[in-house]
Design a binder for this molecule. Sequence first.
Ligand SMILES: [Zn+2]
Length: 179
Amino acid sequence: MSDSSNSETSRRDEEFLRRCFEVARRSMAHGNHPFGAVLVDECGKVLIEMENGYMPAHDSTAHAERLLATQACRTLDAETLRNATLYSSAEPCAMCAGAIYWAGIGRVVFGQTEKSLKTATGNHPENPTLELPCRVVFAAGQRPVEVIGPLLEEEAAALQDDFWRSRGEGSRQPASLPT
Ligand SMILES: [Zn+2]
């Protein structure tokens, strides 16, 4: 790939990641956790936008990327999925990475790492972050998933910091301690 197409790719990645941050803000405005995911095809067309779905049923498995992966493999063909990029405001957790893998989505771009997210959420009962790099999950699979990230991590982290802080004292745990 030439330098110019590399810079075109990273410009596009930043653009769609910022769109994903907008979806995360919308999720928060709808009373959910500040996470969003966007699926984009190889031509740059947005296929699916998905907000976190924790409320109203307190569904802790309703992460944006997991919901998106489920909708994607119900509605899109295998080639489209393989050539698509999933943008996620925060790194897909182990559950979501598994769902992305099983959906056959070929590429992931994320903003904030799970490790950084954990410093914002601690072991908050609504989001006791599961710190496992998505690359580790994908590496255990049998088809490749390209991963780009962290990208725009400060902007991504800003989405989380205020939200979890506003969720009450004591939610911030010493996540930086060795585990
Ligand atoms: Zn997840």
